[in-house]
Design a protein around this ligand. Structure first.
Ligand SMILES: *Cc1c(COP(=O)(O)O)cnc(C)c1O
Length: 480
């Protein structure tokens, strides 16, 4: 399998060649040159397979430069019941991403696909755990080191740290805004004692952290000399790892591979739902892919109107589903490339326009009318909707859901179709956003046993000013 850039002006590369990098040299994102097609017979033969073996069947379609035995081993290490037993006690934990039916509404079964039983209780573990093993494997093969520099406002940073802790050849320098994360989230990150993990609490906000990462990454000499890399959501390895659980969700929800299902995906950067798009392109019988946004509704606006308008930092709201608070959807370019007929020139021009003029408008374009064949629907949820949905799901089904999943359920309910099961992706456990759960339900969020004493554990964190040179100095003095 070869990978091409969405901007059409970079050499094609292999899976391992793009694994450690970010953007393609022309500023685009990597996509496979074709989507492998999965037949009904293949799907049926995958029913009941252990998750790691299912993952092998899918990943081996996209990666031909890791020998079979090695890839199987990496997947078996990544997707074990032991790694995914941090969430609620779960009779179906062996499924890794168990499916829980809530009930039937308007003649449609609604279920939650649990993606948040990993070490940090959010769906980002699903991809990041695999990336940790893949990075270690390929660095060892190449005899290289990698120093990951990242900025986080919560979920991404902790998922990256838990994936990379103790991995040979990898160090993580994670910037977070001091005092701006929830107590649970900062305790999760700062309580890690592994010598290859460095938490830097920046005196500033998340944007300051992100600006520092950008400034360091733009210093090419520094970056090359110190082997600096990132693990942001545009990494192809993350997208393809997410493809696996859509298959698992489908296989758990259906008895035969002629049945259709719909998925609703709480969305920010379009990373998770981009994997859904790819799965649909591979031939999985998906009726609709429903993009659920919060008040930062860049994506809902696009699917509704054909206008894509990135928001200014001042227009980006801080909401109670904070992991979806984005100003532009960094993975969206992958889908745009596909619906613009995989034309790199056109895609490049559209995203130059996003950079220069803040967006594009295809509302009058024939292409927008043709979007229907990709199965997308969308909707938006507000703080009020979120609280109401958390309350309603708790009362009706006795299930506590987090704020992001609540946005998903709210929007899913607007798109139910009789006879087509609706699978909502559960992206985090409620304890991660306990302040809002307390407001919604008047009682504390359920806390998995492994996390009961997380806030009283000793913390390991370095305070630092919002200053690029100080961050560079910190990195160079902690490299050897
Ligand atoms: C990251 C995240 C999202 C958004 O996912 P995207 O891939 O950015 O669309 C939703 N919910 C939670 C809990 C997250 O951590």
């Amino acid at each position: 399998m070869r990978y091409q850039s969405t901007r059409g002006n970079s050499p094609q590369q292999s899976f391992l060649e793009i694994l450690l990098g970010g953007l393609a040299p022309d500023g685009g994102l990597y996509l496979p040159t074709h989507y492998p097609q999965v037949t009904k017979a293949q799907l049926d033969s995958w029913r009941g397979m252990p998750y790691a073996d299912l993952a092998y069947e899918i990943l081996s379609l996209y990666c031909d430069d890791i020998p079979e035995a090695d890839l199987r081993l990496l997947l078996r290490k990544s997707y074990t019941e032991l790694v995914y037993c941090n969430g609620r006690s779960d009779d179906n934990a062996k499924d890794i991403t168990p499916l829980h039916w809530l009930g039937e509404e308007d003649g449609t079964r609604i279920g939650l696909l649990s993606l948040s039983n990993g070490p940090t209780l959010a769906f980002k573990d699903m991809a990041m755990q695999l990336l940790g093993h893949l990075f270690e494997y390929t660095l060892k093969k190449k005899g290289q080191q990698l120093n990951i520099l990242g900025a986080t406002s919560g979920d991404t940073g902790s998922a990256a740290e838990y994936a990379m802790r103790g991995k040979e050849g990898v160090k993580v320098f994670m910037l977070s805004p001091r005092g701006k994360m929830s107590a649970f989230q900062s305790a999760q990150m700062y309580s890690l004692q592994d010598p290859n993990i460095f938490n830097l609490a920046v005196a500033g906000v998340f944007d300051d952290c992100q600006d520092i990462v950008k400034a360091v990454s733009n210093d090419r000499a520094f970056k090359a000399k110190n082997q600096i890399g990132t693990v942001n959501s545009i990494n192809w390895g993350r997208v393809v790892a997410q493809v696996i659980y859509y298959f698992q969700g489908y296989l758990l929800a259906t008895k035969s591979s002629s049945e259709k299902v719909s998925f609703t995906v709480p969305s920010g950067n379009f990373g998770n739902v981009c994997a859904g798009h790819i799965v649909r392109m591979m031939g999985l019988p998906i009726e609709h892919l429903i993009v659920a946004t919060n008040e930062n509704d860049v994506l809902h606006e696009f699917f509704n109107t054909g206008v894509y308008r990135a928001r200014k930092p001042t227009e980006t709201l801080h909401t109670s589903s904070p992991s979806m608070d984005i100003s532009k959807a960094s993975n969206f370019e992958r889908f745009v490339f596909d619906f613009m007929g995989q034309d790199g020139k056109v895609t490049a021009a559209m995203f130059r326009q996003v950079e220069e003029a803040g967006g594009f408008d295809i509302s009058k374009d024939a292409v927008f009318k043709g979007l229907g064949k990709y199965g997308f629907r969308s909707g938006r949820s507000s703080h009020k909707n979120r609280l109401e949905t958390i309350r309603d799901i708790d009362q009706r089904y006795g299930v506590m859901i987090d704020t992001h999943t609540a946005d998903g359920v709210k929007v899913a309910r607007e798109h139910l179709q009789a006879g087509v099961p609706m699978i909502v992706l559960e992206t985090a456990l409620p304890i991660k956003f306990e302040e809002t759960i307390e407001v919604a339900l008047g009682r504390p969020a359920e806390c998995p046993p492994a996390f009961k004493d997380i806030k009283s554990k000793p913390q390991r964190v370095d305070n630092i000013d919002a200053n690029v040179e100080q961050v560079k100095d910190f990195i160079t003095t902690h490299l050897s």
